[in-house]
Write a new protein. Structure first.
Length: 130
């Protein structure tokens, strides 16, 4: 029997998040962006996971980068991502989850020209077969 990726929580969540972010902005990358990527762009990562009372809790970090002198476009993009993901519920017949924002940060970069915002979310997920 072939393994069904639609039953894999990480695959389902990552695919869904990538799709939602691409609906908002065209330059979205998991992990790192290529060196020649045009600004602004969005990076996301799922760095940690834990299980608490049969609920898997996965951290989601989203970094939004821009190189403009003002931050108005960066803030608008960050707001759009935040509104799309905070309290979003997704999944399929095997996996379901809800995303909650934990923090919104303005992070200074050593490269003064670069501007960065970070959204930190907690994804609470359960599978039908848990």
């Amino acid at each position: 029997m072939a393994y069904d990726l639609q039953q894999n929580k990480a695959f389902v969540i990552r695919t869904d998040i990538q799709s939602k972010l691409l609906d908002i902005h065209p330059r979205v990358f998991h992990g790192d962006a290529p060196a020649d990527t045009e600004y602004p762009f969005v990076l996301y990562n799922l760095p940690n996971a834990a299980t608490l009372d049969r609920v898997d809790v996965i951290d989601l970090e989203i970094d939004i980068w821009d190189d403009k002198s003002t931050t108005s476009d960066l803030e608008v993009l960050t707001d759009r991502i935040d509104k799309a993901l905070h309290r979003y519920t997704g999944g399929n017949e095997h996996v379901f989850y809800t995303i909650y924002r934990e923090n919104r940060l303005s992070i200074r970069d050593p490269e003064v020209i670069l501007k960065r915002r970070q959204l930190v979310f907690q994804i609470r997920t359960m599978g039908v077969n848990d």
